[in-house]
Design a protein around this ligand. Sequence first.
Ligand code: URA
Length: 210
Amino acid sequence: MTQHLTIVEHPLVQHKLTLMRQKETSTAVFRQLLREISQFLAYEVTRSLPMTTRPIETPLTEMDAPVLAGRKLALISILRAGNGLLDGMLELIPSARVGFIGLYRDEATLQPVRYYFKVPDMLEQRLSIVVDPMLATGNSSAAAITMLKEAGARDLRFLCLLAAPEGVARMREAHPDVPIVTAALDERLDDKGYILPGLGDAGDRMFGTK
Ligand code: URA
């Protein structure tokens, strides 16, 4: 991917996103819509995966047929909301390896602190797709990507449902080599760090917590 920010403007994605934004949308429907949109986003983020060919036999003849090249890719979910994108993506890419990163914000320093980190091996040989629905300040996403680079990842992409301009700018500054794929670029953050107009707290809406 060459572009730093790709917005998936497909009409079905935009329609489903509007349903997700509406406050009366139930937890069950929100979760289902997220699963559906994640598959469109996965389609876009994997568009330029390297390919090779393999000799196969159809019932009629032989051919060299296209297949994905290289190691299985790694999907890295930032807990907990990333898991809402992960499920749908795994349906499309069932052999992907999966990692999880848990971060919380230290109230004194306001910096993201890692409480969980478990990722696939040989990251230096895999494409890693980091998933988190909301790119808000970008602090936790940027920190997660730094941790993955320290663990060896070289080829990374970031996939989210909604992005704020502040988060995109933070990512561009910290990780200009990491393309971002999203369904929408919203207006701004509010003073609590929520995306406006946004959809509220993605984790709470998908898991039914408050
Ligand atoms: N995280 C969320 O879940 N929602 C926002 O609006 C910002 C961060």
